[in-house]
Design a protein around this ligand. Structure first.
Ligand code: SF4
Length: 83
């Protein structure tokens, strides 16, 4: 799971904005203004049951991470957390 969903900066972060683009999900903001320090992105290639593949991007570490548990869920109530 991407640590960004529990980060205070998730709706302002340029790296998370890129992750959203890779996952083809709706952006939390059109104008992210935070440039995080040293985000470490894990990229996984997953094979799906139908034989197609899916690329998953997850931020696993980041020096700018500031814990705000459940921030993404509070910003998007009732929506499923992007995988
Ligand atoms: S953990 Fe880092 S990359 Fe993720 S939202 Fe926070 S500042 Fe951005």
């Amino acid at each position: 799971m991407c640590i960004c969903v529990n980060c205070l900066w998730v709706d302002r972060c340029q790296t998370y904005h890129s992750v959203e683009r890779q996952h083809e999900v709706t952006h939390l903001t059109a104008t992210p203004d935070i440039v995080p320090i040293d985000p470490l992105i894990n990229i996984s290639i997953l094979e799906k049951a139908n034989g197609s593949t899916e690329v998953e991007w997850d931020v696993r570490a980041c020096k700018s991470f500031r814990k705000d548990q459940g921030r993404w869920m509070r910003l998007c109530p009732g929506q499923e957390i992007p995988k």
